[in-house]
Design a protein around this ligand. Structure first.
Ligand SMILES: C[S@@+](CC[C@H](N)C(=O)[O-])C[C@H]1O[C@@H](n2cnc3c(N)ncnc32)[C@H](O)[C@@H]1O
Length: 264
């Protein structure tokens, strides 16, 4: 089979990966229920936050799906991503959003947000663990006292070799999107493998990439969050309800609250 990169040459870094993917990204995520996620984030904020503000930052915001939904819920929204192309898509989807072209581990904001989120396992793009540690510290700093950081993650003990496959027709073309993690079971890195196939009457194009993400345990992240200053609640990764983690599932939602000064 001939392998023709589409839409451009394979990328070496996450930033480039998403530059190449940006035109296809919403198709790739066709089966993600963002509306449910948005409702979940708003509900978690209402339950956990102790602030009166509505300033919201989505880390690794991608094409701005959550930005649009949270804007419609009355939040003042900001998106951060290290891909210019993904931010361009966010700007189209949510023109009122403030956008920051920046790495997760280097943004520098002081006590500006009531709510920060990072979804679709994007926290694992803070690679290696030292970068993730920095992301947690910087997010803590970016929150107002009483604010909440909420994100999903997978424990490194639960990384299976399951691929997610999405099929979609767009115009005359049929797309097959495939992504999956590969993990050797011991290191601090797992690999995300992504493949797109585009088929139309003219033929087949295949596009593939892989890149490293942080492999870490829930307990390690809990410790890093505690060290950054957060008080922590761990929830099941179930966007339909707010349910405390049962201590067994490998996919969770971490909620970190920034205490008010002087609070226990
Ligand atoms: C899987 S997508 C998730 C996008 C969005 N959160 C969603 O749920 O659709 C990951 C996003 O993270 C961004 N990204 C990857 N590595 C990053 C980094 N080190 N710093 C900032 N953004 C990053 C990519 O450009 C991409 O938009």
């Amino acid at each position: 089979m001939e392998s023709t990169p589409a839409p451009s040459a394979p990328a070496a870094t996450a930033g480039n990966l998403y530059a190449d993917l940006s035109a296809y990204y919403d198709g790739f995520c066709n089966e993600v229920n963002y509306a449910e996620q948005g409702d979940f984030v708003a509900r978690a904020f209402a339950c956990l936050a102790e602030t009166s503000g509505r300033d919201y930052l989505d880390l690794a915001c991608g094409t701005g799906q959550l930005l649009g939904l949270m804007h419609n819920k009355g939040f003042v929204v900001t998106g951060l991503d290290n891909s210019r192309q993904m931010l361009d898509a966010s700007a189209l989807r949510c023109p009122s959003a403030a956008l920051m072209l920046c790495d997760l581990a280097t943004f520098d904001v002081d006590a500006r947000f009531d709510l920060v989120s990072c979804f679709l396992y994007s926290i694992h793009y803070s690679h290696p663990v030292s970068a993730l540690t920095e992301t947690l510290r910087r997010t803590f700093r970016a929150l107002k006292p009483g604010g909440v950081f909420i994100f999903d993650m997978v424990d490194k003990g639960g990384i299976g070799e399951r691929d997610v496959i999405t099929r979609l027709e767009q115009g005359d073309a049929r797309f097959t999107f495939c992504s999956g993690w590969r993990y050797d079971g011991s290191s601090e890195s797992m690999e995300l493998q992504v493949a797109i196939r585009r088929e139309d009457d003219a033929g087949v194009q295949d596009w593939k990439d892989h890149h490293p993400m942080t492999a870490i345990s829930i307990e390690q992240v809990r410790t890093l969050m505690r060290e950054a200053g957060f008080s922590i609640t761990i929830l099941e990764r179930d966007f339909a309800r707010l349910k405390e983690w049962d201590g067994k599932s490998h996919n969770v939602i971490m909620a970190g609250m920034k205490p008010h000064a002087g609070a226990e």
